[in-house]
Structures are given as C-alpha cells and as structure tokens.
Design a protein around this ligand. Structure first.
Ligand code: PEP
Ligand code: MN
Length: 333
C-alpha cells in the first residue's frame, strides 16, 4: 500500500506516518517525487487496515499496490529514476554506453581498450575480474588484481567502471574498486547476494536471468531496493529460447515492459544476447529504438586471442561504427 501525502505536508507529518506504520508492525519507506511524497508500506503479508493512516494529518489518500513488487513499481513512483554517478546520468534520455572486454586480462589490454572506447564516446568501462564461467577449466578472471587494474583505468581515463560480483565474498571488493556493481544473469535469483547488494553504497547493474520472467526480474530488483539501495539499473541480456541462430534471444519487448511496470532505468547487452559480433550493431540499434537507457557492449583490441567471449567482442572499428550509428539513430528518434 502507498500512503500519498498532500503537496503541502510537512516533514513532521511524513515522519509521524512512518512512525505509525512502524507501530503497526510494518516498514514505511518514503518515496519523494517531484509531484508528491508517497510512503510505501512493506513487510505486510496481507491487506493493510488503513483507517488510522487515512485520518492522519497531511495524508491525502491511500492506494493499494496491485503488483507483488512495490519499491520498483511505477505505481509507487510515477517518475522515472535517473541513476547519477559523477557526471553520468543513466535514465535521463541520453543512452549511456558501457563498453570494454568481457574480462580484464592485463593492465595493457584494459588501458588500450579503455582508451579506444573512451575516444568513441563510451562513458563507462566494463571488464570482468571475477568471471562466472560455464567450465571450471576456463579462465576465471584476474580477481582482485583485475579490480586494481580497473581502478587504474578509472584514474587514467576518467571513465566510470562496472564489474561483476559473483558471490558474497567478492561483492565488498567490487564495491571498493568499481563504480557500479554488476550482478550477472546466473545470480539474478541469488537472494543472499541480492540482499548484500541492497546494503551496498554503489549502484547495482542487475542482469536478467536467462530463464526469468519480467516479474521475477523485478522481484530480484525489489530485494536490492528493500535493502535500502535505490540505485538499480536493469539489464536485458537475452533469454533462452528454442532459437539456435544466436547464443540467447534478445527480448526487445522486455524494455517497454520494464518501462511500463517500473521506474528503474533499463539497458541492453546485445553481446551476450547475440553471442556473435555481427549482430551486435543491429541489436543495439533495436534496443535504443525501443527505449533502452543504454548499452553494455563487449569490445576487444584482439578478439581472436581474447580469454573469454572473443566471438561476440566487437573490433575497435566496429565499436566506432556502432557509436556513429547511435548518433544517427538519435537524430531519427
Ligand atoms: C558479463 O557481462 O560478463 C556476463 C557474464 O554476463 P551475463 O551475466 O549476462 O552472462
Ligand atoms: Mn562476456
């Protein structure tokens, strides 16, 4: 349930409502908006008896929330969330491009690719230090050494950084070194990891699990938000279907679906969806055309020798072409 406050409600009146919700055995989370302040009630297992709340000073009305998720819902917050990190705004209208290798392989590799993608207009550098690999024999990432390289990339280029936390042990390390904590498709329903990410002070990029419905994905985001971390960015990265022409199927309909159901920003990862570099540019354009707030793209200076996902990594020239295509598309849109 949402308790909507009057436009001229005072801070004391808002606090009194939160206190009353607490007395009822629930939690009240204020959702300040440009138009109104609403207080979202969480922790109730059934309908909330709202007679007392409706009678309180400053309260305009109460509205039942019909969806299983609350804090991430557009019913709770009508205005779209903009995640601001430094001077980069995700969800503010301008698509934000995050690019880099699948994995950090060396300082030289990371700095080379970071320089290339920055020159073309990327705002965030991606690169895995802890890699969730299907095979235990495949390259598992450089670990903390990789995170130190990521920090160096930030210092030398000024690019923000995003990298994956694969478990509860490495999440605090990722939080220490990176600007955005990525939670991968395989961990979308790892609830203890989501809870820990909810306590983090850095934004979280939450990928969609490859067999997750939109509601399951949003419930995963709800875990993070209910822990107190409101800076969540969703990422559609392709789901498993019967189609075998691509590694996964990029679900473009997920983008407007998320926009309708949630106020959170949503970006697309065409690289893990396609699994092949020749589809990355067309899928990127599709994602932006349907309203994605940005892209997460794999780029490598030497894809043939990449330690992971070389097949889907763009050559630097292709990344330059992608950025030019995005500029053209923006004009059409
Ligand atoms: C990645 O972005 O490096 C990655 C492993 O992606 P996903 O979790 O979508 O497979
Ligand atoms: Mn990858």
């Amino acid at each position: 349930m949402l308790v909507v406050m009057k436009n001229d409600a005072t801070e004391e009146q808002v606090d009194a409502v939160i206190q009353e919700i607490q007395n009822m055995g629930y939690r009240g989370i204020p959702m300040p908006g440009a138009q109104r302040t609403a207080i979202c009630i969480i922790g109730n297992k059934g309908p909330v008896e709202d007679t007392q709340l409706r009678a309180m000073e400053g309260v305009k009305e109460t509205i039942p929330v019909t969806k299983p998720y609350k804090l991430v819902s557009r019913e709770t917050q009508a205005e779209s969330t903009v995640v601001t990190i430094g001077d980069v705004k995700i969800g503010a209208g301008e698509p934000v491009v995050m690019a880099g290798p699948c994995a950090i392989e060396s300082e030289e590799q990371a700095l080379t690719i970071a320089g290339l993608v920055k020159e073309q207009g990327a705002k965030v550098f991606r690169g895995g230090a802890f890699k969730p690999r299907t095979s235990p024999y495949a390259f598992q990432g450089m670990g903390e050494k990789g995170l130190k390289i990521l920090r160096k990339v930030r210092e030398e280029t000024g690019l923000l950084t995003v990298t994956e936390a694969t478990d509860q042990d490495n999440l605090p390390l990722v939080e220490k070194y990176a600007d955005i904590i990525q939670i991968g498709a395989r961990n979308m329903q790892n609830y203890s990891l989501l809870r820990l990410a909810g306590q983090a002070r850095k934004p979280v990029l939450l990928k969609r699990g490859f067999a997750a419905t939109i509601d399951e994905w949003l419930m995963a985001a709800e875990y993070i938000m209910s822990g107190g971390n409101t800076r969540v960015i969703l990422c559609e990265r392709g789901i498993r279907t019967f189609a075998d022409n691509t590694r996964n199927t990029l679900d473009l309909s997920a983008i407007p679906s998320i926009k309708e159901a949630s106020h959170l920003p949503v970006i697309a990862d065409p690289s893990h969806a396609a699994g092949r570099r020749d589809f990355v540019i067309p899928l990127s354009k599709g994602a932006i055309a349907v309203g994605a707030d940005g892209l997460l793209v794999e780029v490598h200076n030497d894809p043939a020798h990449a330690l992971s996902d070389g097949m889907q990594s763009l050559y630097p020239e292709q990344f330059a072409e992608l950025m030019q295509e995005i500029e053209r598309l923006k004009k059409c849109l």
